[in-house]
Design a binder for this molecule. Structure first.
Ligand SMILES: Nc1ncnc2c1ncn2[C@@H]1O[C@H](COP(=O)(O)OP(=O)(O)OP(=O)(O)O)[C@@H](O)[C@H]1O
Ligand SMILES: Nc1ncnc2c1ncn2[C@@H]1O[C@H](COP(=O)(O)OP(=O)(O)OP(=O)(O)O)[C@@H](O)[C@H]1O
Ligand SMILES: [Mg+2]
Ligand SMILES: [Mg+2]
Lengths: 255, 255
């Protein structure tokens, strides 16, 4: 089982869009996938058509009350794709556990219960480097870093890579960067091209060969609660996320 | 002096772009403006050409060490526009003050020292509803809510308005909504039009008449450390943020 955290403290760079669509494409290719929504906003949960008011246990119960993660797992409408939903109460989780030893390892320990059930676990993180994202980084084998092709997104990169290095030193020595994924690329603007070149300079050998273009179909799909391969299977967005899924599968070789 | 918090827990909706450019346009119209960057990412600070490594005291010192805010204020390159810069250490501020009584009022109390020096104080918030944003909401007269014309941005609106209501009940009874500002509007997509109509339904009488279009010049300006009126004064982005500044001035009447 490979655990990938999709993280970047910069907001709106495509974390949720990547988590939802990469997961759906991996599932389409026959991989068994569990997606975990630890963002209190719950966009991954609604992006996959799940109404969090109808869900029993959520990630909050797993992290705070030690509920067995299997109780919080729900099937989505798509084969091979299960979800552990978000909860609005996650926003208060950091303060609730502030003096608890080992609070960063709650998710990592919970995932042991599903080690043989899935090929991939994909974790969608909130736009911060706090307790929830640290839990994901402690549980993950690798981090997939969506980077919007914009200037401000570039600025946050050194802060994120510094956090990954300090996580590697303290709570997860095996954590590696899966790759930097360039998103919302618009070939008509110089800015997009400059950002791509800058990221390749900053993270040599770590930039995904797949680049996700700006594609309005990707931003329409969530309002129908569907991943792109269900909403518009022939769109550029669907093709590119299938290519990314292929890249993720190749990287793990025989695992 | 009017204090406006620019807040929305959804990431990437245009909080920083709005804070920087509305402030610069208010300053251009002769208003004395102090912009406060309480986001640990520090995008407002760099977006106005300030290198936070060269700054002495920051918002962190004001909130955590009780430093006089006047010591943390720096002039920008533009007349009438001062800044209180961000610090990377803000990310840990919430945990540092977790058991301190009245921690939400640190910024509000600090601003008393500059009450007669500015016409507007604009606060750029991080993409969360935690301690830093609560400090801004406690200090603010009103909240300006940038809303990207996308589906996920719409989802977070009820969470934000619920937070504003609970802040009004507990820490700031006078807090009002300045307005919802629609950003990155693209008239070619149905999604944009649907979001505008939905926001008008959700917040009747509270939607700014100015709508900010998607304009690549707005996303290029930060890489030069300039607001849009310096980078490209005749762009659609500059015109629209000037219209917004006009709207903000009209709303306060004679203040
Ligand atoms: N390639 C793309 N083309 C067009 N729109 C996109 C693309 N990727 C994402 N979007 C849209 O851009 C917005 C931001 O993306 P998304 O919500 O996935 O980012 P995020 O990093 O998860 O945000 P947050 O920081 O709030 O969690 C969304 O409205 C989404 O639909
Ligand atoms: N009207 C616009 N047209 C084009 N690009 C825009 C516009 N407004 C903002 N942008 C770009 O979109 C990205 C997101 O905007 P911005 O960083 O201001 O959002 P934010 O809400 O402050 O993000 P965060 O949640 O990370 O603080 C930036 O790269 C910015 O340059
Ligand atoms: Mg997200
Ligand atoms: Mg910002």
């Amino acid at each position: 089982m490979k655990v990938i955290a999709v993280a970047n403290q910069k907001g709106g760079v495509g974390k949720t869009t990547t988590a939802v669509n990469a997961s759906a494409c991996l599932a389409e290719k026959g991989k068994r996938v569990l997606i975990i929504d630890i963002d209190p906003q719950g966009n991954t949960t609604s992006g996959l058509g799940i109404d969090r008011k109808t869900v029993g246990f959520t990630v909050y119960d797993v992290l705070i009350n030690g509920t067995d993660i299997k109780k919080a797992v729900v099937h989505t409408a798509w084969d091979n794709l299960d979800i552990c939903s978000s909860s609005i109460h996650l926003a208060g989780a950091e303060i609730e556990l502030v003096s608890v030893q080992g609070r960063e390892f709650r998710l990592k320990n919970a995932l042991k219960a599903v080690r043989d059930d899935y090929d991939f676990v994909i974790i969608d993180c909130p736009p911060s480097l706090g307790f929830l994202t640290l839990n994901a980084l402690a549980a993950a084998n690798t981090v997939l870093i969506p980077i919007q092709c914009e200037y401000y997104a570039l600025e946050g990169l050194s802060q994120l890579t510094a956090t990954i290095r300090s996580v590697r030193k303290s709570i997860n020595p095996d954590l590696d960067i899966e790759g930097a994924l360039l998103t919302m690329f618009d070939a008509r603007t110089n800015l997009s091209i400059e950002v791509v070149e800058e990221v390749k300079r900053a993270l040599p050998h770590k930039v995904c060969s797949t680049i996700i273009p700006r594609n309005v179909r990707l931003s329409e799909a969530p309002s129908f609660g569907e991943p792109i391969i269900a909403y518009d299977t022939n769109s550029r967005g669907a093709m590119c996320y299938r290519a990314l899924a292929e890249e993720l599968i190749e990287r793990i070789g025989g695992v």
